[in-house]
Design a protein around this ligand. Structure first.
Ligand code: SD4
Length: 327
């Protein structure tokens, strides 16, 4: 049976580079919270991804839905070769292969993901196809790539000359040091709430630079790198994915909002859980952003240096959240 037919006929229920300016001053004090007033529609995205948030806003402003907004938004970063953490131009694994992870989740709780996929510029769109065209949630490696070709995606070399030269340089010492902040460009997690109040999210990355071949982080893992519950809100993560996976970070934040916390309070608690597990060794970055059903937003991170974009009728802002470690 042709694979495409199988997909259609299936009856299975679908159910970094540490820049090391670290350890300035640790603080356990409660940080001052300035909650963002609720507003809809709105898009919120990790890092200073102005073109991506502008694209998502264009979709929302024209009455588009939140799922299209987040997909089209993050596609901008996937195609941007100058962003070396996402899509084409992403830094390779230690063997020189660019492997991409992405996921997407809609307001009905549907989701799709691709893990460790090569040669396709837009993993988020393949993830959406997994969600919409198959009875599955995740496809990995060669299977994901093969599925992408069957869905009409084209093969493309993702290793740009710049990323290749940097990798060749790295190979001289082969020291694995996850980057804390790649200023302005990093894994993109995006959440949007549209004018009828539906929330969707997407997350896409090339993962940690020079990772062991086959390594997958939090970004394509529903509940870790991204989670949406349309009754409550959504959350997404950036940073060292292993730590986010261990606390099922994005799911945790949504559940904390369900218990009554604001997006800001929930992000702080999510980061604090990770800090509690890593006492004395906070030599890494984690940043969370979150949105609730009212369109209120929040964000928190371990290290200074993380920023996030919001775009609503109030304007297009590059925001600097509070961090656990102070400058
Ligand atoms: C990962 N969370 O693969 C991603 C990488 C990232 O900032 O967000 N870098 O672990």
């Amino acid at each position: 049976m042709q694979r495409r037919k199988f997909i259609k006929n299936a009856t299975i229920t679908a159910t970094a580079i540490i820049s090391t300016p670290l350890a300035a001053s640790y603080s356990n004090e409660k940080t001052k919270i300035t909650p963002t007033k609720g507003i809809k529609p709105i898009v919120i995205a990790t890092w200073d991804v102005a073109n991506a948030s502008a694209k998502a806003w264009e979709v929302l402003k024209n009455g588009g839905n939140s799922l299209d907004a987040v997909e089209q938004g993050v596609m901008i970063e996937e195609a941007d070769e100058s962003n070396q953490s996402v899509g084409k131009g992403g830094r390779p694994d230690r063997d020189g292969k660019v492997t991409l992870d992405a996921c997407i989740m809609d307001h009905q709780g549907n989701c799709g993901a691709v893990l460790c996929m090569q040669n396709i510029v837009h993993p988020v769109s393949v993830a959406r196809k997994v969600m919409e065209e198959t009875p599955h949630v995740m496809l990995a490696g060669k299977g994901a790539e093969q599925f992408a070709y069957e869905m009409g995606f084209e093969k493309e070399n993702l290793l740009t000359e710049k990323s290749k030269q940097e990798w060749l340089e790295w190979k001289k010492t082969s020291q694995y040091k996850p980057i804390v902040n790649i200023e302005n460009h990093d894994t993109i997690g995006m959440l949007a709430i549209d004018s009828i109040g539906n929330i969707s999210g997407a997350c896409t990355t090339s993962g940690m630079a020079y990772k062991i071949s086959g390594r997958v982080g939090d970004s394509p893992i529903i509940g870790a790198g991204l989670f949406i519950d349309n009754e409550i809100g959504g959350a997404t993560a950036t940073g060292v994915g292993e730590e986010v996976v261990k606390t099922v970070g994005s799911f945790l934040i949504v559940e904390l909002m369900r218990q009554g916390k604001s997006p800001q309070e929930a992000c702080e608690e999510g980061v604090n859980r990770i800090i509690a597990k890593n006492k004395g060794n906070l030599n890494f970055q984690i940043g969370f952003i979150a949105i609730n059903k009212q369109g209120e937003t929040g964000a928190y991170c371990i290290q200074p240096g993380f920023t996030y974009r919001t775009y609503s009728e109030k304007g297009h802002l590059n925001n600097t959240p509070d961090s656990y470690i102070k400058v």
